[in-house]
Write a protein that binds this ligand. Structure first.
Ligand SMILES: [Mn+2]
Length: 284
């Protein structure tokens, strides 16, 4: 996409190990890059061409590693990108990449905020081992305060009660999909950013693509009917990336092997464009 100063970094984290349902999320970065080549740069909403350059740092060499062994390499690589860029975009990979991604912002998690757009709490019991089903629980175990976490788009009949109880007990701010529909995703996103920015020095946003309505995102194996519209997902991306405290974002759980007619690949590519458009709002 656009040329210019490289204030935004992009990196692939092709992690498929540790998925509760095995799949091919490790193919997402290459698939999203191919879809990005089909995207224009002119944003008719703003009348501007995207001008922020992206430094593509390639893919991390983590595909063959367990989640435990991949933790430090992802954290360290992300950390160096975060230090040298205003905003770093990580393409998963499954949702397990979010834990090392958050750690990359600061060793002290007490001043880091996390917003998830996800149908799931991702709070499966970590005693059963790390998986793409428990990065949020793992972060709480790591010492992240629940008050620093906002979870947007949680779906009914897709999470166990013990996860809901644990999220509430930890102090996570929870917005169900019904909350999103009633209030609008944009309002919920803005409220989450404002609340977390008050308590935190830097913010991380995890966009699990399974928050989107399943009928609209066939390449999201965890998606369910009744999910977020694609339009709302894009709007949330643009609003999130515009916030100056947001230092890293990820897109997870896209399995290209399940995609139909490149629908989900094109959602992921448009998400990258929306992140850039949001980032450019910071400067104007
Ligand atoms: Mn997830």
């Amino acid at each position: 996409m656009g040329a210019g100063a490289e204030k935004v970094a992009l990196v692939g984290a092709p992690v498929a190990q540790g998925s509760v349902t095995p799949g091919a999320c490790d193919r997402a970065p290459e698939t999203v890059r191919a879809a990005l080549r089909r995207m224009g740069t002119y944003d008719i909403e703003t009348g501007r061409d995207l001008s922020a350059g992206i430094r593509d740092a390639g893919d991390l060499d983590v595909a063959g590693l367990t989640l435990s062994d991949g933790f430090a390499p992802i954290r360290e690589s992300l950390r160096s990108l975060v230090r040298s860029h205003d905003l770093t975009i990580m393409l998963g990979g499954n949702n397990a990449v979010t834990r090392p991604g958050v750690h990359a912002l600061d060793a002290d998690l007490s001043r880091i905020g996390l917003i998830t757009l996800d149908a799931h709490f991702d709070m499966r019991d970590t005693a059963e081992g790390l998986s793409n089903g428990n990065p949020v629980q793992a972060l709480l175990d790591d010492g992240m305060p629940g008050e620093n976490i906002a979870q947007i788009g949680i779906a009914p009949f897709a999470n166990a009660k013990y996860m809901h109880d644990a999220a509430r007990a930890a102090g996570n701010r929870i917005y169900t999909m019904a909350d999103c529909r009633r209030r609008g995703v944009a309002a919920v996103m803005t409220e989450s950013l404002d609340l977390l920015a008050e308590r935190c020095d830097a913010l991380y946003i995890d966009f699990d693509i399974d928050v989107i309505e399943r009928g609209l995102a066939p390449g999201a194996p965890g998606a369910r009917p009744g999910g977020m519209t694609t339009d709302a997902f894009f709007r949330a991306a643009r609003i999130g990336a515009a916030h100056p405290k947001v230092r890293a974002v990820d897109l997870t759980e896209f399995d290209p092997a399940l995609d139909v007619s490149d629908v989900t690949a094109l959602i992921a590519a448009r998400w990258v464009a929306e992140i850039l458009a949001g980032y450019e709002r910071r400067e104007s």
